[in-house]
Design a protein around this ligand. Sequence first.
Ligand code: PMP
Length: 366
Amino acid sequence: SPIGERVALADLPLREDLRGRTPYGAPQLDVPVRLNTNENPYPPTPALVADVAREVAAAAAGLHRYPDRDATALRRDLAAYLSTAAGVPLTERNLWAANGSNEVLQQILQAFGGPGRTALGFEPSYSMHPIIASGTRTEWSPAPRRADFSLDTAAAAAIVAERRPDVVFLTSPNNPTGQSVPTEDLRAVVEAAPGMVVVDEAYAEFSSRESAVTLLADHPEKLIVSRTMSKAFAFAGGRLGYLAAAPAVVDALLLVRLPYHLSALTQAAARASLRHSAETLGSVALLAAERDRVAETLAGMGFDVVPSDANFVLFGRFEDAHATWRSYLEHGVLIRDVGIAGHLRVTVGTPEENDAFLAASKEVGR
Ligand code: PMP
């Protein structure tokens, strides 16, 4: 057994507010069909792998030096991609990047949240928003969605105006429920907010809606749109998240980021991967069509299916969702128990993986 094993977590002088908490923990199990963390199921193409390997080898020749602290070339590439995707002209001064959008969100709360400040989100939504709030000692203020999990933007604007949080999270498409919000409807919430508004667009590429980046010119003093290469870009293992905002917002994040947080290897690999965005994003239409097939087939089997604009589907209803989750696992299919009573979430995989999931769906207990 390892040295020090007799020391328990409860013996350590941990911050009081962290006592009794559980870490983020999507199970990482080695099963044949893994549909639990909303990744793109298609691995990078051989051409992309070769390009990443070449660029990482070139970067390796300079590993005795710290990387570009401000990741300028990568931010320029991300600006070019997002300008085209959102139809809004952006420069590298509008972009910021970190190790996954989770780190981007953490930096936002380090700069704009913190002790004595509040962040508000509409639940159920991405479970890391309150966890990052807790880690940065930002008070979490949960607000409701409709019973069908959609966002009532008029009610949302009223709650924001009343509670006056320092940071508002809007997730569109929302994880784990899947619905997206028309960008024009988000405007009311942005206008009601006295502080910063983060639109988390981790799944934007799977949606046909306009990006909230289109609202940036009207609300540069408070709007932040966060994005990631973990989902549609098939780069979850590379860890690269980014945001679009006014240059002053980026200046604020420079105050809290750790120096050289993005390694030379990460920057090189992300840039190489971005060069292949057209081929990688070619899978998006297929995944959206598979999502609709999975949703329709589940509905045909008598499940309740929440309409999704992302690469996953929330469905139910189950007497005991966790027991059903375990039953899927026994059929070799790992999906996600997101803690919503009576519901489970399945990520859209390859057609073969989806067929395996749908076959198991006929057999699991409800
Ligand atoms: N936002 C949302 C809504 C997500 O679902 C996720 C991933 N599950 C993230 C942010 C963070 O992803 P990453 O850190 O890999 O960019």
